[in-house]
Write a protein that binds this ligand. Structure first.
Ligand code: GLN
Length: 493
């Protein structure tokens, strides 16, 4: 690993203590939630100027919450599941009173009057919410270069992207600027940055985690999920996030499983599919080798591995970029200079206010998507593009369902390459879209997935292995991921 850039500030890549250890230390009085929070704010002060993960800090609220946890601990009261755990929140989720920009200028100055349900659940579980995390504008992107507030840098190599759109969320965990974070994934935005930064990132089944308070990009695809440094920690945060919410009409009523317990179960006997379409042209050889080592490790632990074909996979990128942009064009119509955030100072009448506020407030990628989506939905093109995309989406979902009739999980690379350099793809939107090739299909199908580190390239860049499971198959994917983690941790030791 000697090839990592020498300019990395010392102490940047620290691994957080586990949630279990933090809770135990607070309970037995050897640490306090307030002291832990202070330490995290000190790290943020030290490293955030280089990483640019946090856009806003919510210190006052956080210290109040930490004090409450400490008061409970002092009385010997039972502690909630995430008591005193420092957590950061992607800036597309609302947090009462905190600036919420979605990485866009058009929301500059907006402070929502309410919490997203995911945020409420974290608070109720005792988490200490440190602040809001940088991301691609409206979660559109794969590199975090589309943020109006500057790119996030990958803590493993500051010249490289952390992935996107939840780049700040992944980088914050990798640099231990939070123990866990919230991200969102519409076409890969949790799994891909997790892969690039060497952390665990989870895409919950559609409907498993409430979207209430999430600034919508593509409502039929958007999911909220956790990042953490270990599979067990990710599972613990998922247990808190998951569950029915009457405020989200698509939220599932199904009871939540014990995900943390699943991470302790051996993987022996699980049937794992390896789709050939995820190992074809365009897959970097070092990424391939690391993923194959992960698969070998599962095999060695007694999984039955089987090569399979998901033959419609190649249609996923065009289908995704039609469905997602169509929904985005409708969702983003609300940003008009009237109700939230930015309004052009040059506006002279109603129509110039709409036009100029949107012209000045949105970045290039967001505009590109609004145009594309509006076109795909327009009369005369609707059937050829949008309706056709929905039909193919259904075929892609059915293909997964058929595969899961005989399999417990599917494993594949999360992304075709490791983290690329800042600026490398920013002039080529199509190349950027193609980097989503392994993640968008699961998004379209509504199934669950995650990315778990499975090794590094010769240059020391992290590689993620993707585990996909059927709808509500979270326990199984956590179990498989823990198997990969055990093997790669042993290999590292
Ligand atoms: N990179 C994909 C896109 O740009 C996915 C983004 C996401 O999941 N939010 O749309």
């Amino acid at each position: 690993m000697s090839q990592l850039p020498s300019q990395l500030p010392s102490g940047l890549l620290e691994k957080p203590r586990t949630i279990r250890a933090l809770r135990a230390a607070i309970a037995d009085g050897s640490a306090s939630a307030s002291g832990i929070a202070e330490r995290y704010y000190a790290r943020i002060e030290q490293y955030n100027p280089q990483v640019n993960a946090y856009l806003a800090l919510t210190r006052e609220q956080a210290m109040e919450q930490a004090a409450q946890v400490d008061a409970r601990a002092a009385k010997g009261d039972p502690l909630p599941p995430l008591a005193g755990v420092p957590i950061g929140v992607k800036d597309v989720l609302t947090m009462r009173g905190a600036p919420t920009t979605a990485g866009s200028r058009i929301l500059e100055g907006y402070r929502p009057p309410y919490d997203a349900t995911a945020v409420t659940r974290l608070r109720e579980a005792g988490a200490v919410l440190l602040g809001k995390l940088n991301c691609d504008e409206f979660a559109m992107g794969s590199s975090n270069e589309n943020s109006a507030y500057g790119p996030v840098r990958n803590p493993v190599d500051l010249e490289r992207v952390p992935g996107g759109s939840s780049g700040g969320s992944a980088a914050a965990v990798a640099a231990n600027l939070a123990v866990a974070t919230l991200g969102t994934d519409t076409g890969g935005s949790i799994r891909q940055p997790a892969s690039y930064c060497g952390v665990v990132g989870v895409l919950p089944t559609y409907g498993r985690v409430s979207r209430y308070g999430l600034i919508a990009f593509a409502s039929s695809l958007d999911r909220v999920g956790p990042f953490a440094a270990s599979v067990e920690d990710a599972a613990r945060v998922m247990e808190v996030l998951a569950g029915h919410d009457p405020l989200d009409a698509t939220s599932a009523t199904r009871p939540v499983d014990d995900y943390a317990a699943a991470t302790t179960r051996e993987v022996k006997g699980l049937r794992i599919g390896i789709p050939e379409e995820y190992f074809g042209e365009g897959l970097d050889l070092e990424v391939r080798a690391a993923v194959e080592r992960g698969i070998d490790a599962l095999h060695a632990q007694g999984c039955q591995t089987k090569r399979i074909s998901l033959r419609h996979t190649r249609y996923a990128i065009p289908v995704y970029y039609l469905v997602a942009t169509a929904e985005a064009s409708a969702n983003l119509a609300r940003f008009d200079g009237v109700r939230f955030g930015y309004r052009s100072a040059a506006a002279t009448n109603l129509s110039s206010m709409y036009r100029l506020s949107r012209e000045e407030g949105f970045g290039a990628e967001v505009k590109r998507r609004i145009l594309l989506g509006t076109y795909a939905l327009s009369a005369g093109y609707y059937d050829a593009y949008y309706r056709k995309a929905l039909q193919v989406r259904r075929i892609l979902a059915e293909e997964f369902l058929a595969a899961f009739a005989e399999l417990d999980a599917i494993v594949a690379p999360t992304a075709p390459t490791a983290a690329f350099r800042i600026g490398e793809k920013s002039d080529d939107p199509l190349a950027m879209y193609l980097a989503d090739i392994y993640t968008v299909t699961a998004s379209l199908a509504g199934i669950c997935g995650l990315s778990v580190p499975c090794g590094t390239t010769a240059a020391g860049l992290p590689v993620g292995l993707q585990v996909l499971g059927p709808h509500f198959g979270e326990s199984t994917i956590f179990r498989v991921a823990a198997g990969v983690e055990r093997a790669t941790a042993e290999a590292r030791a």
